[in-house]
Design a protein around this ligand. Sequence first.
Ligand SMILES: [Zn+2]
Length: 314
Amino acid sequence: MNTGSKNLIFAADLGGTHLRAAVVDERGKIHFRSKQNTPQGTDPNDIVQAVVNAVREIGPAADELKAVSVVVPGTVRVEEGTVVKAPNLPCLDGFPLATALTNELGLPAILENDANAAAVGEMWQGAARGCRTIICVTLGTGVGGGIILDGELWRGVDGAAAEIGHMCVDPFGGVACTCGSRGCLEVFASATAIVRMTREASPRYPESVLHAGQNLTAESIFAAGLQDDELALEIFRRMGVYLGIGLANLINILNPEMIVIGGGVVNGWDLFEKHMMQQVEERAFPLLAARVKIERAKCGDDAGLLGAARLAAI
Ligand SMILES: [Zn+2]
């Protein structure tokens, strides 16, 4: 067998709702994609089978695969290929997913945390190309983070580093976080937080087109902000202030070249950017603030898949 021809990675992004997959080559080109619902049962082998089926779907290209790389929304032990804790997929807690995939597919398999993989993807193919020290913040349902120092992903001693969403930015506000702490960045800068803050503030803005009784989403609040709705503008101002405080702390500690901000909430960039930047300018050391570039992510939903592929290829 000519193993030299095996240069494709099968990357899978295992989300709480969807399992997205792609075949990625060594240059970062995506050759095939698939999307299915993530099995919601209590048997982790259902998830193994879903990944195996996705691999079989690619047909003869499966013979060209060098490895399988899966990103998981939770803490993973990378060396062992074991999921430690995945709050949205509890059946995987403690499960040796990489070994199970290797047994089924006869291929090397690796695991990585989703936000860590997104950071690697953005540095390989996205906004942070050419950088060596970056922070990637993903503003979605929650707030995820990935930190790359001098080209190396910083996972921490237990694989749980870079929980940027759980940095405390407001000890006195008293907003409880799912992690058990209070005042975390996630309770001010996630999509969930934007909806909650809008509901809380709406009685003070009777003129607003947004009402607490509506089915509010971060997108609808952003759309209202583009129409100069005072409530929406206030919410994105607050979100930008808290995000900027968090970024200033990170800048002072890590002196990064770039901070990449991704996830669905980044669509509101035009409404929160100036408030975020104002906090960075006020709080970060001038030398560090002048050096860091703060940019929107470029890989979109593919950041995790690309990062997974990159991690398996090196
Ligand atoms: Zn928290």
